[in-house]
Write a protein that binds this ligand. Structure first.
Ligand SMILES: [Zn+2]
Length: 412
Protein backbone atom coordinates (compact mmCIF):
# COMPACT_ATOMS: atom_id res chain seq x y z
CA UNK A 1 0.00 0.00 0.00
CA UNK A 2 2.50 2.66 1.22
CA UNK A 3 0.07 5.46 0.48
CA UNK A 4 -0.51 4.24 -3.07
CA UNK A 5 -3.58 2.30 -4.06
CA UNK A 6 -3.87 -1.43 -3.74
CA UNK A 7 -5.06 -2.36 -7.25
CA UNK A 8 -4.61 -1.11 -10.84
CA UNK A 9 -8.27 -0.93 -11.86
CA UNK A 10 -11.59 -1.42 -10.13
CA UNK A 11 -14.93 -1.98 -11.90
CA UNK A 12 -17.89 -1.01 -9.67
CA UNK A 13 -21.67 -0.72 -9.96
CA UNK A 14 -21.78 -4.07 -11.77
CA UNK A 15 -23.78 -7.24 -11.41
CA UNK A 16 -21.44 -10.23 -11.48
CA UNK A 17 -21.99 -13.64 -13.05
CA UNK A 18 -19.07 -15.27 -11.24
CA UNK A 19 -20.04 -18.87 -12.19
CA UNK A 20 -18.83 -19.94 -8.73
CA UNK A 21 -20.37 -23.20 -7.59
CA UNK A 22 -22.49 -23.50 -4.45
CA UNK A 23 -23.92 -20.01 -4.08
CA UNK A 24 -26.68 -18.20 -5.95
CA UNK A 25 -27.54 -19.41 -9.48
CA UNK A 26 -24.75 -18.40 -11.88
CA UNK A 27 -22.80 -17.33 -8.77
CA UNK A 28 -24.55 -13.96 -9.13
CA UNK A 29 -23.41 -11.03 -6.99
CA UNK A 30 -25.65 -7.97 -7.15
CA UNK A 31 -23.87 -4.62 -6.67
CA UNK A 32 -20.52 -6.24 -7.24
CA UNK A 33 -17.01 -5.05 -7.91
CA UNK A 34 -14.04 -6.54 -9.74
CA UNK A 35 -10.47 -5.44 -9.05
CA UNK A 36 -7.52 -6.20 -11.28
CA UNK A 37 -3.79 -5.79 -11.00
CA UNK A 38 -1.74 -6.64 -14.05
CA UNK A 39 -3.38 -9.59 -15.79
CA UNK A 40 -5.04 -11.10 -12.70
CA UNK A 41 -8.29 -10.66 -10.83
CA UNK A 42 -7.56 -9.57 -7.26
CA UNK A 43 -11.12 -9.17 -6.00
CA UNK A 44 -14.55 -10.20 -7.28
CA UNK A 45 -17.31 -9.75 -4.73
CA UNK A 46 -19.91 -7.42 -3.21
CA UNK A 47 -18.97 -3.73 -3.27
CA UNK A 48 -19.66 -3.68 0.47
CA UNK A 49 -16.71 -5.99 1.05
CA UNK A 50 -14.16 -3.67 -0.52
CA UNK A 51 -11.50 -2.80 2.06
CA UNK A 52 -11.90 0.96 1.58
CA UNK A 53 -13.88 3.42 -0.58
CA UNK A 54 -13.38 2.62 -4.32
CA UNK A 55 -11.20 5.66 -5.08
CA UNK A 56 -8.76 4.56 -2.39
CA UNK A 57 -8.73 0.95 -3.62
CA UNK A 58 -7.49 1.40 -7.16
CA UNK A 59 -5.62 3.82 -9.37
CA UNK A 60 -8.56 3.79 -11.78
CA UNK A 61 -12.26 3.21 -11.04
CA UNK A 62 -14.73 2.36 -13.80
CA UNK A 63 -18.48 2.75 -13.29
CA UNK A 64 -20.30 -0.12 -15.05
CA UNK A 65 -23.67 1.66 -14.75
CA UNK A 66 -25.39 -1.51 -13.56
CA UNK A 67 -24.21 -3.69 -16.44
CA UNK A 68 -23.63 -7.41 -16.04
CA UNK A 69 -20.11 -8.85 -16.06
CA UNK A 70 -19.44 -12.47 -17.05
CA UNK A 71 -16.16 -14.31 -17.40
CA UNK A 72 -14.74 -13.87 -20.93
CA UNK A 73 -16.34 -16.42 -23.26
CA UNK A 74 -14.25 -19.38 -24.39
CA UNK A 75 -14.86 -21.01 -27.78
CA UNK A 76 -13.22 -24.41 -27.25
CA UNK A 77 -13.76 -26.03 -30.70
CA UNK A 78 -13.25 -24.20 -33.99
CA UNK A 79 -11.77 -24.71 -37.44
CA UNK A 80 -11.41 -20.97 -37.88
CA UNK A 81 -8.46 -20.93 -40.30
CA UNK A 82 -9.35 -22.03 -43.84
CA UNK A 83 -9.14 -20.91 -47.45
CA UNK A 84 -12.23 -20.02 -49.50
CA UNK A 85 -15.68 -20.82 -48.20
CA UNK A 86 -18.52 -23.15 -49.14
CA UNK A 87 -21.33 -20.65 -49.67
CA UNK A 88 -21.61 -21.52 -53.38
CA UNK A 89 -22.01 -25.17 -52.47
CA UNK A 90 -24.65 -24.27 -49.88
CA UNK A 91 -26.60 -22.49 -52.59
CA UNK A 92 -26.17 -25.32 -55.12
CA UNK A 93 -27.54 -27.79 -52.60
CA UNK A 94 -30.55 -25.64 -51.86
CA UNK A 95 -31.14 -25.34 -55.60
CA UNK A 96 -31.44 -29.13 -55.76
CA UNK A 97 -27.90 -30.44 -56.40
CA UNK A 98 -27.10 -33.71 -54.60
CA UNK A 99 -23.99 -34.37 -52.49
CA UNK A 100 -22.72 -36.53 -55.37
CA UNK A 101 -23.18 -33.65 -57.85
CA UNK A 102 -21.21 -31.40 -55.52
CA UNK A 103 -18.46 -33.95 -54.93
CA UNK A 104 -18.15 -34.49 -58.71
CA UNK A 105 -17.84 -30.73 -59.17
CA UNK A 106 -14.90 -30.79 -56.70
CA UNK A 107 -16.88 -29.50 -53.72
CA UNK A 108 -17.00 -30.66 -50.12
CA UNK A 109 -14.01 -30.73 -47.77
CA UNK A 110 -11.69 -31.25 -50.74
CA UNK A 111 -12.49 -27.78 -52.03
CA UNK A 112 -11.52 -26.33 -48.64
CA UNK A 113 -8.29 -28.36 -48.65
CA UNK A 114 -7.48 -27.07 -52.16
CA UNK A 115 -8.19 -23.45 -51.22
CA UNK A 116 -6.27 -23.72 -47.93
CA UNK A 117 -3.22 -25.23 -49.61
CA UNK A 118 -3.29 -22.51 -52.29
CA UNK A 119 -3.56 -19.63 -49.80
CA UNK A 120 -0.57 -17.79 -48.33
CA UNK A 121 -0.18 -17.36 -44.59
CA UNK A 122 -1.07 -13.68 -44.94
CA UNK A 123 -4.27 -14.50 -46.83
CA UNK A 124 -5.31 -17.14 -44.29
CA UNK A 125 -4.54 -14.79 -41.40
CA UNK A 126 -6.53 -11.94 -42.95
CA UNK A 127 -9.68 -14.02 -43.57
CA UNK A 128 -9.51 -15.78 -40.19
CA UNK A 129 -8.90 -12.46 -38.38
CA UNK A 130 -12.19 -11.11 -39.73
CA UNK A 131 -14.06 -14.13 -38.41
CA UNK A 132 -12.22 -13.99 -35.10
CA UNK A 133 -13.04 -10.29 -34.62
CA UNK A 134 -16.72 -11.10 -35.09
CA UNK A 135 -16.54 -13.74 -32.36
CA UNK A 136 -14.51 -11.40 -30.12
CA UNK A 137 -17.06 -8.61 -30.47
CA UNK A 138 -19.51 -10.97 -28.74
CA UNK A 139 -17.38 -11.63 -25.70
CA UNK A 140 -14.81 -14.24 -26.75
CA UNK A 141 -11.45 -13.93 -24.96
CA UNK A 142 -10.04 -17.44 -25.57
CA UNK A 143 -10.43 -19.60 -28.66
CA UNK A 144 -9.22 -22.99 -29.81
CA UNK A 145 -8.28 -23.31 -33.50
CA UNK A 146 -7.65 -26.64 -35.23
CA UNK A 147 -5.65 -27.45 -38.33
CA UNK A 148 -7.05 -30.16 -40.62
CA UNK A 149 -7.43 -28.59 -44.07
CA UNK A 150 -3.75 -28.80 -45.02
CA UNK A 151 -3.41 -32.59 -44.69
CA UNK A 152 0.31 -32.54 -45.41
CA UNK A 153 3.05 -31.41 -43.09
CA UNK A 154 3.81 -28.09 -44.77
CA UNK A 155 0.18 -26.99 -44.95
CA UNK A 156 -0.83 -28.27 -41.52
CA UNK A 157 2.13 -26.39 -40.04
CA UNK A 158 1.12 -23.33 -42.06
CA UNK A 159 -2.41 -23.41 -40.60
CA UNK A 160 -1.08 -23.73 -37.06
CA UNK A 161 1.39 -20.88 -37.55
CA UNK A 162 -1.50 -18.72 -38.77
CA UNK A 163 -3.53 -19.66 -35.68
CA UNK A 164 -0.62 -18.75 -33.41
CA UNK A 165 -0.17 -15.48 -35.29
CA UNK A 166 -3.84 -14.54 -34.73
CA UNK A 167 -3.18 -14.70 -30.99
CA UNK A 168 -0.29 -12.26 -31.44
CA UNK A 169 -2.22 -9.91 -33.76
CA UNK A 170 -5.36 -9.63 -31.64
CA UNK A 171 -6.11 -9.34 -27.90
CA UNK A 172 -7.33 -12.93 -27.54
CA UNK A 173 -5.70 -16.17 -26.36
CA UNK A 174 -5.45 -18.85 -29.06
CA UNK A 175 -4.94 -22.53 -28.28
CA UNK A 176 -3.97 -24.64 -31.29
CA UNK A 177 -4.90 -28.25 -32.02
CA UNK A 178 -3.32 -30.46 -34.69
CA UNK A 179 -6.04 -32.27 -36.65
CA UNK A 180 -4.08 -34.03 -39.39
CA UNK A 181 -6.44 -36.99 -38.98
CA UNK A 182 -9.43 -34.94 -40.18
CA UNK A 183 -9.74 -36.49 -43.66
CA UNK A 184 -7.62 -38.46 -46.10
CA UNK A 185 -6.06 -36.07 -48.63
CA UNK A 186 -6.75 -36.75 -52.32
CA UNK A 187 -3.18 -37.89 -53.03
CA UNK A 188 -3.64 -40.69 -50.47
CA UNK A 189 -7.00 -41.89 -51.76
CA UNK A 190 -7.22 -45.65 -51.31
CA UNK A 191 -4.08 -45.58 -49.12
CA UNK A 192 -5.57 -44.50 -45.78
CA UNK A 193 -3.20 -46.62 -43.62
CA UNK A 194 -0.21 -44.94 -45.26
CA UNK A 195 -1.65 -41.53 -44.51
CA UNK A 196 -2.21 -42.47 -40.85
CA UNK A 197 1.43 -43.61 -40.72
CA UNK A 198 2.50 -40.22 -42.10
CA UNK A 199 0.41 -38.42 -39.46
CA UNK A 200 1.87 -40.51 -36.63
CA UNK A 201 5.49 -40.86 -37.71
CA UNK A 202 6.23 -37.59 -39.47
CA UNK A 203 3.60 -34.94 -38.89
CA UNK A 204 3.06 -35.27 -35.11
CA UNK A 205 6.79 -35.40 -34.29
CA UNK A 206 7.49 -32.35 -36.50
CA UNK A 207 4.51 -30.32 -35.22
CA UNK A 208 5.37 -31.17 -31.61
CA UNK A 209 9.05 -30.40 -32.25
CA UNK A 210 8.16 -26.94 -33.56
CA UNK A 211 5.84 -26.27 -30.62
CA UNK A 212 2.95 -25.52 -32.97
CA UNK A 213 0.19 -27.48 -31.22
CA UNK A 214 -1.24 -27.54 -27.70
CA UNK A 215 -3.25 -30.73 -28.36
CA UNK A 216 -3.98 -33.39 -30.99
CA UNK A 217 -7.44 -34.22 -32.32
CA UNK A 218 -8.85 -36.79 -34.77
CA UNK A 219 -12.14 -37.51 -36.53
CA UNK A 220 -13.25 -41.03 -35.56
CA UNK A 221 -16.17 -41.96 -37.82
CA UNK A 222 -17.19 -44.38 -40.57
CA UNK A 223 -16.48 -41.69 -43.17
CA UNK A 224 -13.16 -40.74 -41.56
CA UNK A 225 -10.75 -42.73 -39.33
CA UNK A 226 -11.33 -46.04 -37.55
CA UNK A 227 -10.97 -46.48 -33.78
CA UNK A 228 -7.72 -48.41 -34.38
CA UNK A 229 -6.32 -45.57 -36.50
CA UNK A 230 -7.43 -43.04 -33.90
CA UNK A 231 -5.68 -45.13 -31.25
CA UNK A 232 -2.37 -44.88 -33.12
CA UNK A 233 -2.75 -41.11 -33.59
CA UNK A 234 -3.37 -40.75 -29.83
CA UNK A 235 -0.40 -42.96 -28.99
CA UNK A 236 1.84 -40.76 -31.18
CA UNK A 237 0.44 -37.61 -29.54
CA UNK A 238 1.14 -38.91 -26.08
CA UNK A 239 4.66 -40.02 -27.03
CA UNK A 240 5.25 -36.35 -27.81
CA UNK A 241 3.64 -35.08 -24.63
CA UNK A 242 0.49 -33.67 -26.23
CA UNK A 243 -2.99 -34.09 -24.72
CA UNK A 244 -5.74 -35.39 -27.00
CA UNK A 245 -9.33 -34.54 -27.99
CA UNK A 246 -11.68 -36.37 -30.34
CA UNK A 247 -14.48 -35.74 -32.84
CA UNK A 248 -16.56 -38.68 -31.60
CA UNK A 249 -19.99 -40.20 -32.17
CA UNK A 250 -21.24 -37.43 -34.47
CA UNK A 251 -22.93 -39.69 -37.02
CA UNK A 252 -22.67 -43.17 -35.45
CA UNK A 253 -21.41 -44.90 -32.30
CA UNK A 254 -17.80 -45.94 -32.91
CA UNK A 255 -16.83 -46.28 -29.26
CA UNK A 256 -14.84 -43.06 -29.71
CA UNK A 257 -15.86 -41.49 -26.40
CA UNK A 258 -14.58 -44.50 -24.43
CA UNK A 259 -11.42 -44.55 -26.55
CA UNK A 260 -10.85 -40.86 -25.84
CA UNK A 261 -11.46 -41.45 -22.12
CA UNK A 262 -8.89 -44.27 -22.08
CA UNK A 263 -6.35 -41.71 -23.29
CA UNK A 264 -7.51 -39.18 -20.65
CA UNK A 265 -8.70 -36.88 -23.42
CA UNK A 266 -9.43 -33.27 -22.49
CA UNK A 267 -12.69 -33.56 -24.39
CA UNK A 268 -14.82 -35.67 -26.71
CA UNK A 269 -16.80 -33.51 -29.10
CA UNK A 270 -20.20 -33.82 -30.93
CA UNK A 271 -21.41 -37.03 -29.15
CA UNK A 272 -24.95 -37.26 -30.53
CA UNK A 273 -24.58 -41.07 -30.76
CA UNK A 274 -22.57 -41.66 -27.56
CA UNK A 275 -23.39 -44.89 -25.66
CA UNK A 276 -23.97 -45.29 -21.93
CA UNK A 277 -20.55 -46.98 -21.71
CA UNK A 278 -18.97 -43.97 -23.43
CA UNK A 279 -20.60 -41.59 -20.94
CA UNK A 280 -19.47 -43.69 -17.95
CA UNK A 281 -15.90 -43.79 -19.29
CA UNK A 282 -15.88 -40.01 -19.82
CA UNK A 283 -17.16 -39.43 -16.28
CA UNK A 284 -14.44 -41.66 -14.86
CA UNK A 285 -11.69 -39.95 -16.88
CA UNK A 286 -12.94 -36.39 -16.33
CA UNK A 287 -13.29 -35.88 -20.09
CA UNK A 288 -15.49 -32.88 -21.03
CA UNK A 289 -18.40 -33.35 -23.46
CA UNK A 290 -18.21 -30.55 -26.05
CA UNK A 291 -21.58 -30.10 -27.77
CA UNK A 292 -21.75 -28.33 -31.12
CA UNK A 293 -25.30 -27.13 -31.79
CA UNK A 294 -24.28 -25.13 -34.89
CA UNK A 295 -23.32 -28.29 -36.79
CA UNK A 296 -26.43 -30.09 -35.51
CA UNK A 297 -28.55 -27.24 -36.82
CA UNK A 298 -26.77 -26.71 -40.15
CA UNK A 299 -26.80 -30.43 -41.01
CA UNK A 300 -30.41 -30.66 -39.80
CA UNK A 301 -29.55 -33.60 -37.54
CA UNK A 302 -32.30 -35.12 -35.44
CA UNK A 303 -30.49 -37.34 -32.92
CA UNK A 304 -29.98 -35.28 -29.78
CA UNK A 305 -26.91 -35.60 -27.58
CA UNK A 306 -27.95 -37.11 -24.20
CA UNK A 307 -27.53 -34.00 -22.04
CA UNK A 308 -29.46 -35.43 -19.06
CA UNK A 309 -27.30 -38.53 -19.00
CA UNK A 310 -24.14 -36.39 -19.02
CA UNK A 311 -25.56 -34.41 -16.13
CA UNK A 312 -26.47 -37.49 -14.10
CA UNK A 313 -23.04 -39.03 -14.71
CA UNK A 314 -21.27 -35.80 -13.75
CA UNK A 315 -19.73 -35.19 -17.18
CA UNK A 316 -19.12 -31.45 -17.66
CA UNK A 317 -20.72 -30.04 -20.82
CA UNK A 318 -19.06 -27.35 -22.94
CA UNK A 319 -20.61 -25.54 -25.93
CA UNK A 320 -18.61 -24.32 -28.93
CA UNK A 321 -19.18 -22.77 -32.34
CA UNK A 322 -17.35 -25.47 -34.36
CA UNK A 323 -16.83 -22.57 -36.79
CA UNK A 324 -15.98 -24.22 -40.12
CA UNK A 325 -16.99 -23.69 -43.76
CA UNK A 326 -18.68 -27.07 -44.32
CA UNK A 327 -21.00 -27.82 -41.43
CA UNK A 328 -21.08 -24.85 -39.03
CA UNK A 329 -20.33 -21.40 -40.48
CA UNK A 330 -21.11 -19.94 -37.05
CA UNK A 331 -19.65 -16.64 -35.85
CA UNK A 332 -21.50 -16.04 -32.60
CA UNK A 333 -21.09 -17.87 -29.31
CA UNK A 334 -24.27 -16.28 -27.83
CA UNK A 335 -26.16 -17.74 -30.81
CA UNK A 336 -24.69 -21.15 -29.94
CA UNK A 337 -25.99 -20.64 -26.38
CA UNK A 338 -29.46 -20.09 -27.77
CA UNK A 339 -29.19 -23.19 -29.95
CA UNK A 340 -27.87 -25.30 -27.05
CA UNK A 341 -30.92 -24.27 -25.00
CA UNK A 342 -33.48 -24.50 -27.79
CA UNK A 343 -32.25 -27.58 -29.63
CA UNK A 344 -30.58 -29.54 -26.81
CA UNK A 345 -32.86 -28.33 -23.95
CA UNK A 346 -29.90 -27.20 -21.86
CA UNK A 347 -30.95 -24.81 -19.04
CA UNK A 348 -29.32 -21.37 -19.55
CA UNK A 349 -27.11 -21.63 -16.46
CA UNK A 350 -25.60 -24.88 -17.72
CA UNK A 351 -25.22 -23.47 -21.22
CA UNK A 352 -23.30 -20.51 -19.82
CA UNK A 353 -21.03 -22.86 -17.84
CA UNK A 354 -20.41 -24.48 -21.24
CA UNK A 355 -18.76 -21.36 -22.67
CA UNK A 356 -16.93 -20.40 -19.47
CA UNK A 357 -15.43 -22.79 -16.92
CA UNK A 358 -16.33 -26.06 -18.66
CA UNK A 359 -14.88 -24.73 -21.91
CA UNK A 360 -11.73 -23.77 -20.00
CA UNK A 361 -11.49 -27.31 -18.75
CA UNK A 362 -11.93 -28.68 -22.29
CA UNK A 363 -8.77 -26.75 -23.16
CA UNK A 364 -6.86 -27.69 -20.00
CA UNK A 365 -6.84 -24.05 -18.80
CA UNK A 366 -7.64 -23.91 -15.06
CA UNK A 367 -6.69 -20.21 -14.88
CA UNK A 368 -9.92 -18.87 -16.43
CA UNK A 369 -13.67 -19.34 -16.82
CA UNK A 370 -14.84 -17.79 -13.52
CA UNK A 371 -14.69 -14.41 -11.83
CA UNK A 372 -12.43 -15.31 -8.96
CA UNK A 373 -9.30 -13.85 -7.34
CA UNK A 374 -6.15 -15.33 -8.86
CA UNK A 375 -7.71 -16.08 -12.23
CA UNK A 376 -6.87 -14.32 -15.49
CA UNK A 377 -8.63 -10.94 -15.78
CA UNK A 378 -10.72 -11.82 -18.84
CA UNK A 379 -14.32 -10.67 -18.71
CA UNK A 380 -17.16 -9.18 -20.72
CA UNK A 381 -19.68 -6.43 -19.89
CA UNK A 382 -23.20 -6.92 -21.21
CA UNK A 383 -26.27 -4.73 -21.73
CA UNK A 384 -28.73 -7.33 -20.45
CA UNK A 385 -31.36 -7.55 -17.70
CA UNK A 386 -30.51 -11.03 -16.42
CA UNK A 387 -27.95 -13.76 -17.24
CA UNK A 388 -30.48 -15.85 -19.20
CA UNK A 389 -30.71 -12.99 -21.74
CA UNK A 390 -27.39 -14.25 -23.11
CA UNK A 391 -29.16 -17.47 -24.15
CA UNK A 392 -32.53 -15.95 -25.02
CA UNK A 393 -31.84 -13.65 -27.95
CA UNK A 394 -31.49 -15.17 -31.41
CA UNK A 395 -28.73 -13.04 -32.88
CA UNK A 396 -28.06 -9.51 -31.70
CA UNK A 397 -24.96 -8.65 -29.74
CA UNK A 398 -25.63 -7.13 -26.32
CA UNK A 399 -21.88 -7.15 -25.54
CA UNK A 400 -20.92 -3.68 -24.28
CA UNK A 401 -17.17 -4.17 -23.94
CA UNK A 402 -14.49 -6.75 -23.19
CA UNK A 403 -11.55 -6.79 -20.78
CA UNK A 404 -8.65 -9.06 -21.74
CA UNK A 405 -5.67 -9.60 -19.42
CA UNK A 406 -6.91 -6.70 -17.29
CA UNK A 407 -7.06 -4.21 -20.18
CA UNK A 408 -10.16 -2.86 -21.90
CA UNK A 409 -10.12 -4.16 -25.42
CA UNK A 410 -10.56 -1.46 -28.06
CA UNK A 411 -13.90 -1.75 -29.84
CA UNK A 412 -13.57 -3.58 -33.16
ZN1 LIG B 1 -14.97 -29.92 -35.53
Amino acid sequence: MNGSTRWDTLWVNARLVTMRIGGAPYGVIEDGAVAVTGERIEFAGPRGELPSPPAQCAARVIDCEGRWITPGLIDCHTHLVFGGDRAAEFELRLNGATYEDIARAGGGIRSTVRATRAATEDELAASAARRLQTLMAQGVTTIEIKSGYGLDLANEAKMLRVARRLGEMLPVDVRTTFLGAHAVPPEYEGRQPEYVKLVCEEMIPAIAGQGLADAVDAFCEKIAFTPAETESVFAAARRHGLPVKLHAEQLSDQGGAALAARHRALSADHLEYVSDEGIAAMAEAGTVAVLLPGAFYFLRETKLPPVDKFQRAGVPIAIASDCNPGSSPALSLPLMLNMACTLFRLPPERALAGVTHHAARALGLPDRGRLEPGLRADFALWDISRPADLCYWIGGAPCHSVVKDGRERPRQ
